[in-house]
Write a protein that binds this ligand. Structure first.
Ligand code: SF4
Ligand code: SF4
Length: 326
């Protein structure tokens, strides 16, 4: 039951995990999110590697890992989930300027081809996010890991650790690594909330990451692609390898009948994990809710509670020791 998946066989023999993954991402049949990221006016390549676009930092969260934590949301994702409830975090601002005249507070200006946000003038009405046709936000600031750490450190007496989320945080691994190094040095635990499409197992960040909360999304490749525009080969490999490294903090599946193959995902992830890991890894079954969702699922109602209870029972039958429906 717990045999290693034959994932390596899907690569050419001389491929490193990283080269395979980059090709995987670049060949995704629907690479629009990647193109957006690469065409942004301030692409990551022109920034210092320890910088990342920060959408926002919440001082306290109780639902993104154990205990009270601070959470950092980074901007930009390499896939585009139809059920994403923060679609404004998916892409970097392309400087189109559409939102600028819509801002009632005059907090947005165009400077040198970029849209600049004045946090002091902003009234947080979110009009700019609602009018943006590119699933982006002008309220994003490129910040260094040291700068973000100093903000989090002010909150240190009240938190157990930090979680870095997105967007997709694994697009900014040098930033995440430096932030985690600084946080671990002062005793804060460090978690990544990731879609798993970037290979993490060989990255130095895993040495300073206490665990990954992996959003598995779907098991069937066609289902995963329909839902996200991407491919899930690397997600499965991350699941397998991170679990063997003791770096799997939590598995997440957003559940929506007729759109997500949740039953199969529960069964197959359970088959992949060693029994002891299955027992101690939290499986979070997240009931789809349309709040914040754009596009074809915006009007779709949540699945019924009996369906969620059935999934929860199935997960227990498959050997998951800790199952939470939220
Ligand atoms: S936030 Fe959206 S609408 Fe505003 S400038 Fe950027 S891409 Fe254009
Ligand atoms: S949230 Fe956006 S639109 Fe509203 S005041 Fe701030 S910058 Fe302007």
């Amino acid at each position: 039951m717990n045999k290693a998946p034959n994932l390596a066989s899907k690569k050419a023999p001389n491929q490193t995990p990283n080269s395979a993954s980059n090709r995987e991402l670049n060949q995704a049949p629907n690479p629009a999110p990647n193109r957006e990221l690469n065409q942004a006016p301030n692409p990551a390549s022109k920034r210092a590697s320890n910088q990342a676009p920060v959408n926002r930092i919440l001082e306290h969260t109780l639902v993104d890992g154990p205990g009270n934590r601070s959470i950092v949301f980074l901007q930009g994702c390499n896939i585009g989930c139809k059920y994403c409830h923060n679609p404004e975090t998916q892409r970097l601002c392309n400087g189109c300027g559409i939102c600028v005249p819509q801002c009632p507070a005059g907090a947005l200006t165009v400077q040198g081809g970029n849209v600049v946000w004045d946090a002091a003038l902003c009234t947080k009405c979110d009009t700019c996010i609602h009018v943006c046709p590119h699933n982006s936000s002008p309220k994003v600031t490129w910040r260094t890991a040291g700068d973000v750490f100093r903000e989090i450190d002010r909150n240190r007496p009240f938190i157990r650790g930090i979680t870095v989320s997105g967007g997709e945080c694994s697009l900014y691994l040098p930033f995440v690594q430096e932030l985690f190094e600084r946080c671990q040095a002062v005793g804060l635990s460090c978690l990544m909330d990731s879609n798993g499409t970037v290979p993490l197992w060989d990255e130095p960040v895993t040495a300073v990451c206490d665990g990954v909360m992996l959003d598995v999304k779907a098991w069937d490749e066609t289902c995963f692609h329909r839902l996200t525009g991407g491919r899930n080969t690397i997600v499965k490999e991350n699941l397998y390898r991170l679990s063997r490294m003791g770096k799997l903090e939590e598995l997440r599946i957003v559940c929506l009948e007729n759109h997500v193959d949740a039953e199969r995902t529960i069964r197959e992830t359970a088959r992949l994990l060693l029994e002891e890991i299955r027992q101690k890894t939290l499986l979070k079954l997240i009931r789809f809710r349309p709040v914040g969702v754009r596009g074809e699922l915006a009007q779709t109602p949540p699945p019924g509670l009996p369906y969620m209870e059935r999934l929860s029972r199935l997960a227990v039958e498959c050997g998951y020791g800790t199952v939470r429906v939220i």
